[in-house]
Design a protein around this ligand. Structure first.
Ligand code: ADP
Ligand code: MG
Ligand code: MG
Length: 234
Protein backbone atom coordinates (compact mmCIF):
# COMPACT_ATOMS: atom_id res chain seq x y z
CA UNK A 1 0.00 0.00 0.00
CA UNK A 2 3.04 2.30 0.36
CA UNK A 3 5.47 1.95 -2.53
CA UNK A 4 8.59 4.13 -2.65
CA UNK A 5 11.04 3.91 -5.54
CA UNK A 6 14.38 5.67 -6.00
CA UNK A 7 13.30 8.54 -3.78
CA UNK A 8 15.73 11.42 -3.45
CA UNK A 9 15.47 14.73 -1.67
CA UNK A 10 17.92 17.54 -2.10
CA UNK A 11 17.98 20.77 -0.08
CA UNK A 12 20.64 23.49 -0.09
CA UNK A 13 22.77 21.47 -2.52
CA UNK A 14 22.80 18.60 -0.06
CA UNK A 15 21.38 15.18 -0.86
CA UNK A 16 19.39 14.28 2.23
CA UNK A 17 17.68 11.18 0.76
CA UNK A 18 19.90 9.29 -1.67
CA UNK A 19 17.66 6.74 -3.33
CA UNK A 20 15.17 5.17 -0.93
CA UNK A 21 13.30 2.03 -2.04
CA UNK A 22 10.69 0.77 0.37
CA UNK A 23 7.44 -1.08 0.29
CA UNK A 24 5.08 -1.37 3.22
CA UNK A 25 2.01 -3.59 3.40
CA UNK A 26 -1.35 -2.55 4.78
CA UNK A 27 -1.48 -3.10 8.54
CA UNK A 28 2.28 -3.20 9.09
CA UNK A 29 3.81 -1.31 12.02
CA UNK A 30 7.25 -0.18 10.97
CA UNK A 31 9.92 1.57 13.04
CA UNK A 32 12.54 3.75 11.36
CA UNK A 33 15.76 3.98 13.33
CA UNK A 34 19.17 5.47 12.63
CA UNK A 35 21.60 8.18 13.71
CA UNK A 36 20.77 11.88 13.92
CA UNK A 37 20.80 13.58 10.55
CA UNK A 38 20.23 10.31 8.65
CA UNK A 39 17.15 11.65 6.86
CA UNK A 40 14.43 9.93 8.89
CA UNK A 41 12.28 13.00 9.52
CA UNK A 42 12.76 14.12 5.92
CA UNK A 43 11.43 10.77 4.69
CA UNK A 44 8.40 11.12 6.94
CA UNK A 45 7.77 14.73 5.85
CA UNK A 46 7.87 13.70 2.18
CA UNK A 47 5.31 10.97 2.90
CA UNK A 48 3.21 13.44 4.89
CA UNK A 49 3.16 15.63 1.72
CA UNK A 50 4.74 18.51 3.67
CA UNK A 51 7.79 18.68 1.40
CA UNK A 52 8.23 17.61 -2.21
CA UNK A 53 10.66 14.92 -3.28
CA UNK A 54 13.41 15.85 -5.74
CA UNK A 55 13.00 12.63 -7.74
CA UNK A 56 11.51 9.17 -7.46
CA UNK A 57 8.07 7.64 -7.19
CA UNK A 58 5.72 7.34 -4.22
CA UNK A 59 2.44 5.47 -4.42
CA UNK A 60 0.00 5.20 -1.55
CA UNK A 61 -3.04 2.95 -2.05
CA UNK A 62 -2.33 3.12 -5.77
CA UNK A 63 -2.44 6.94 -5.74
CA UNK A 64 0.56 8.90 -7.02
CA UNK A 65 1.85 11.37 -4.45
CA UNK A 66 2.89 13.78 -7.19
CA UNK A 67 -0.60 14.11 -8.65
CA UNK A 68 -2.98 12.94 -5.93
CA UNK A 69 -1.51 14.57 -2.84
CA UNK A 70 -4.82 16.07 -1.78
CA UNK A 71 -6.53 12.66 -1.81
CA UNK A 72 -3.51 11.11 -0.09
CA UNK A 73 -3.49 13.69 2.67
CA UNK A 74 -6.92 12.50 3.83
CA UNK A 75 -5.51 9.01 4.41
CA UNK A 76 -2.70 10.29 6.63
CA UNK A 77 -2.36 11.05 10.31
CA UNK A 78 0.90 12.87 11.00
CA UNK A 79 2.44 13.44 14.41
CA UNK A 80 5.37 15.85 14.05
CA UNK A 81 8.41 15.96 16.28
CA UNK A 82 6.90 18.80 18.24
CA UNK A 83 3.30 19.77 17.79
CA UNK A 84 1.76 23.19 17.70
CA UNK A 85 -1.61 23.53 19.33
CA UNK A 86 -3.80 26.57 19.88
CA UNK A 87 -2.59 27.76 23.26
CA UNK A 88 -5.74 29.44 24.43
CA UNK A 89 -8.00 26.58 23.30
CA UNK A 90 -8.86 23.57 25.42
CA UNK A 91 -8.02 20.01 24.31
CA UNK A 92 -11.64 19.68 23.12
CA UNK A 93 -11.54 22.92 21.11
CA UNK A 94 -8.19 21.98 19.55
CA UNK A 95 -9.55 18.61 18.44
CA UNK A 96 -12.82 20.03 17.12
CA UNK A 97 -10.86 22.61 15.13
CA UNK A 98 -8.67 19.98 13.44
CA UNK A 99 -11.56 17.53 13.04
CA UNK A 100 -13.49 20.22 11.16
CA UNK A 101 -10.60 20.70 8.73
CA UNK A 102 -11.05 17.05 7.77
CA UNK A 103 -14.85 17.26 7.72
CA UNK A 104 -15.22 14.67 10.50
CA UNK A 105 -18.87 13.80 11.24
CA UNK A 106 -20.19 14.35 14.79
CA UNK A 107 -16.90 16.03 15.50
CA UNK A 108 -17.65 17.18 19.06
CA UNK A 109 -18.68 13.72 20.13
CA UNK A 110 -15.62 12.18 18.49
CA UNK A 111 -13.33 14.79 20.01
CA UNK A 112 -14.60 14.31 23.54
CA UNK A 113 -14.34 10.52 23.17
CA UNK A 114 -10.70 10.94 22.10
CA UNK A 115 -9.92 13.33 24.96
CA UNK A 116 -11.10 10.59 27.31
CA UNK A 117 -9.17 7.93 25.45
CA UNK A 118 -5.90 9.82 25.93
CA UNK A 119 -6.68 10.35 29.61
CA UNK A 120 -7.32 14.10 29.64
CA UNK A 121 -11.02 14.18 30.62
CA UNK A 122 -10.16 16.10 33.73
CA UNK A 123 -8.66 18.90 31.59
CA UNK A 124 -11.31 18.83 28.84
CA UNK A 125 -11.98 22.59 28.99
CA UNK A 126 -8.65 23.96 30.31
CA UNK A 127 -6.59 26.09 27.92
CA UNK A 128 -3.58 24.02 26.85
CA UNK A 129 -1.02 26.80 27.38
CA UNK A 130 0.28 25.40 30.66
CA UNK A 131 0.20 21.74 29.68
CA UNK A 132 3.32 19.55 29.98
CA UNK A 133 5.02 17.90 26.99
CA UNK A 134 3.24 14.66 27.87
CA UNK A 135 -0.18 16.31 27.92
CA UNK A 136 0.45 18.19 24.67
CA UNK A 137 1.60 14.97 23.06
CA UNK A 138 -1.60 13.21 24.16
CA UNK A 139 -3.68 15.88 22.42
CA UNK A 140 -1.41 15.74 19.37
CA UNK A 141 -1.92 11.96 19.19
CA UNK A 142 -5.69 12.40 19.38
CA UNK A 143 -5.47 15.06 16.68
CA UNK A 144 -3.46 12.74 14.41
CA UNK A 145 -6.22 10.12 14.50
CA UNK A 146 -9.42 12.19 14.69
CA UNK A 147 -10.22 11.50 11.01
CA UNK A 148 -9.51 7.73 11.27
CA UNK A 149 -6.45 7.79 9.04
CA UNK A 150 -5.34 4.62 7.26
CA UNK A 151 -1.71 5.56 7.66
CA UNK A 152 -0.04 6.94 10.78
CA UNK A 153 3.25 8.81 10.42
CA UNK A 154 4.84 9.40 13.82
CA UNK A 155 8.09 11.33 14.35
CA UNK A 156 9.77 10.36 17.63
CA UNK A 157 6.44 10.06 19.42
CA UNK A 158 7.88 8.63 22.66
CA UNK A 159 10.54 11.30 23.20
CA UNK A 160 10.10 13.17 26.47
CA UNK A 161 6.97 11.28 27.53
CA UNK A 162 6.23 9.94 30.99
CA UNK A 163 5.27 6.28 31.42
CA UNK A 164 1.55 7.08 31.44
CA UNK A 165 1.70 8.94 28.13
CA UNK A 166 3.87 6.16 26.64
CA UNK A 167 1.27 3.49 27.41
CA UNK A 168 -1.52 5.66 26.04
CA UNK A 169 0.45 6.25 22.86
CA UNK A 170 1.24 2.54 22.47
CA UNK A 171 -2.41 1.62 23.06
CA UNK A 172 -3.50 4.09 20.38
CA UNK A 173 -0.99 2.64 17.89
CA UNK A 174 -2.08 -0.92 18.67
CA UNK A 175 -5.79 -0.14 18.45
CA UNK A 176 -5.23 1.64 15.11
CA UNK A 177 -3.41 -1.49 13.97
CA UNK A 178 -6.42 -3.61 14.96
CA UNK A 179 -8.54 -1.38 12.73
CA UNK A 180 -6.15 -2.17 9.86
CA UNK A 181 -4.08 1.04 9.92
CA UNK A 182 -0.45 1.11 8.80
CA UNK A 183 2.11 2.88 11.00
CA UNK A 184 5.52 4.33 10.23
CA UNK A 185 7.29 5.51 13.35
CA UNK A 186 10.63 7.31 13.49
CA UNK A 187 12.20 6.65 16.86
CA UNK A 188 15.40 6.52 18.86
CA UNK A 189 13.67 4.25 21.32
CA UNK A 190 14.62 0.73 20.35
CA UNK A 191 12.70 -0.68 23.31
CA UNK A 192 9.40 0.85 22.17
CA UNK A 193 10.14 -0.12 18.56
CA UNK A 194 10.71 -3.74 19.58
CA UNK A 195 7.58 -3.69 21.72
CA UNK A 196 5.00 -2.40 19.27
CA UNK A 197 6.42 -2.80 15.75
CA UNK A 198 6.56 -5.77 13.36
CA UNK A 199 9.46 -4.51 11.34
CA UNK A 200 12.50 -2.26 11.72
CA UNK A 201 14.20 -0.19 9.05
CA UNK A 202 17.62 1.34 9.63
CA UNK A 203 18.38 4.60 7.78
CA UNK A 204 21.90 5.94 7.51
CA UNK A 205 23.18 8.76 5.37
CA UNK A 206 19.99 9.06 3.32
CA UNK A 207 19.69 5.35 2.53
CA UNK A 208 18.04 2.26 3.96
CA UNK A 209 20.87 0.03 5.17
CA UNK A 210 18.83 -2.68 6.87
CA UNK A 211 15.21 -3.84 6.90
CA UNK A 212 13.94 -6.81 8.90
CA UNK A 213 11.02 -8.40 10.73
CA UNK A 214 11.52 -8.19 14.49
CA UNK A 215 10.69 -11.87 14.96
CA UNK A 216 13.46 -12.90 12.56
CA UNK A 217 16.36 -11.11 14.19
CA UNK A 218 18.43 -11.26 17.35
CA UNK A 219 17.75 -7.80 18.78
CA UNK A 220 20.90 -7.81 20.92
CA UNK A 221 22.97 -8.29 17.79
CA UNK A 222 21.07 -5.55 15.94
CA UNK A 223 21.47 -3.02 18.73
CA UNK A 224 25.19 -3.71 18.94
CA UNK A 225 25.68 -3.48 15.19
CA UNK A 226 23.91 -0.11 14.88
CA UNK A 227 24.71 1.31 18.31
CA UNK A 228 21.05 1.40 19.39
CA UNK A 229 20.10 1.82 23.00
CA UNK A 230 18.08 -1.15 24.14
CA UNK A 231 17.67 -0.82 27.86
CA UNK A 232 14.94 -3.20 28.91
CA UNK A 233 14.60 -5.02 25.56
CA UNK A 234 14.17 -8.72 26.07
P1 ADP B 1 16.91 12.79 11.15
O1 ADP B 1 15.44 12.93 11.33
O2 ADP B 1 17.31 11.43 10.68
O3 ADP B 1 17.69 13.21 12.35
P2 ADP B 1 16.54 14.87 9.14
O4 ADP B 1 15.72 14.23 8.09
O5 ADP B 1 15.87 15.81 10.06
O6 ADP B 1 17.36 13.76 9.95
O7 ADP B 1 17.74 15.66 8.45
C1 ADP B 1 18.72 15.01 7.63
C2 ADP B 1 19.80 16.00 7.22
O8 ADP B 1 19.26 16.93 6.31
C3 ADP B 1 20.37 16.80 8.39
O9 ADP B 1 21.74 16.96 8.17
C4 ADP B 1 19.63 18.11 8.28
O10 ADP B 1 20.40 19.16 8.79
C5 ADP B 1 19.43 18.26 6.79
N1 ADP B 1 18.21 19.00 6.44
C6 ADP B 1 16.95 18.68 6.80
N2 ADP B 1 16.07 19.57 6.28
C7 ADP B 1 16.80 20.46 5.57
C8 ADP B 1 16.48 21.63 4.80
N3 ADP B 1 15.22 22.04 4.64
N4 ADP B 1 17.50 22.30 4.23
C9 ADP B 1 18.76 21.88 4.36
N5 ADP B 1 19.14 20.82 5.07
C10 ADP B 1 18.18 20.10 5.67
MG1 MG C 1 17.05 13.73 14.57
MG1 MG D 1 14.35 13.57 12.95
Amino acid sequence: MIEIKKLTKQADNKLILRGVDLSIKKGETVAILGPNGAGKSTLLKVLATLIKPTSGLIKINGLDLKKDHIEIKKLLGYLPHSSLLYDHYSPLENLVFFGNIYGVNNVEQKASKLVKEVGLSFFLNEPVKNFSRGMIQRIAIARAIIHDPEILLLDEPHTGLDQGAISILNNVILSMKEKGATTLMVTHDFKQAAEICDRIIIVKNGRIVDDFKIENRNLGFVSEKYGLQMEGVS
